[in-house]
Design a protein around this ligand. Structure first.
Ligand SMILES: [Zn+2]
Ligand SMILES: [Zn+2]
Length: 208
């Protein structure tokens, strides 16, 4: 299983990373997208073509990939709002090839038939169809953009529903996992969740 694929034209990089782990392209069975934004779904189709893996996404974010929509949610700060307007104005330049996902995920779905001990958690807020992938045997959870951990661990500045986002973070807190993997930035330990300061955001979260 691979969780998220990055921006478009990353398939080669991902295949090289698999190779360095001793994995063949056909070993990839499932590509789970935590949500439908282009920096997560951008290379899914290319990677599916190279590996034959199925693509899964929550039904509420399906329309983004099915129509190749380059979307960014409303921002919490003025700087974020300006960035968002600039991004949306330029977004036509990033061409996204639309694709129909193979699977529509929802709360409680088990991914066991793909060979992984993982459960889907609905964790909306950043987008309506944002999910987290919980691996109970490792006490690990992949949270997508529910948390951003670049220089500062924070909520994402962009969110469709701030209240839902905070409730989703609360859900992760209740799981008490050992390892939390945000899509942008390094692994987060459970105790770090207490360090999130409401109203402080890591704005440059998409930069490497
Ligand atoms: Zn996102
Ligand atoms: Zn993202």
């Amino acid at each position: 299983m691979l969780v998220d694929t990055g921006t478009p034209r990353n398939a080669r990089k991902l295949l090289d990373a698999m190779n360095s782990l001793g994995l063949e392209p056909r070993d990839l069975k499932l590509i789970v997208l935590t949500h439908g934004h282009f920096d997560h779904s951008g290379s899914a189709l290319e990677l599916k073509r190279a590996t034959g893996a199925s693509i899964a996404i929550h039904r509420r974010d399906r329309f983004l990939v099915a129509h190749g929509i380059n979307w960014i949610p409303p921002a919490q700060t003025l700087r974020g709002q300006l960035l968002r307007v600039a991004f949306l104005a330029l977004s036509w330049r990033v061409k996204l090839e639309p694709f129909e996902p193979d699977l529509a995920l929802q709360e409680g779905d088990s991914l066991e038939r793909f060979g992984v001990d993982a459960i889907v958690l609905e964790t909306p807020g950043h987008s309506k169809g944002s999910i987290s992938v919980h691996v109970p045997s490792l006490r690990a959870v992949f949270v997508g953009d529910l948390l951003i951990n670049r220089d500062l661990l924070s909520e994402p500045v962009f969110a469709e529903d701030r209240e839902a986002l905070r409730a989703s973070i609360g859900r992760i807190r209740k799981l008490a996992p050992w390892d939390i993997y945000p899509a942008h930035g390094d692994r987060v330990e459970y105790k770090q969740l207490n360090k999130i300061l409401p109203g402080r955001y890591q704005l440059w979260w998409w930069l490497p």
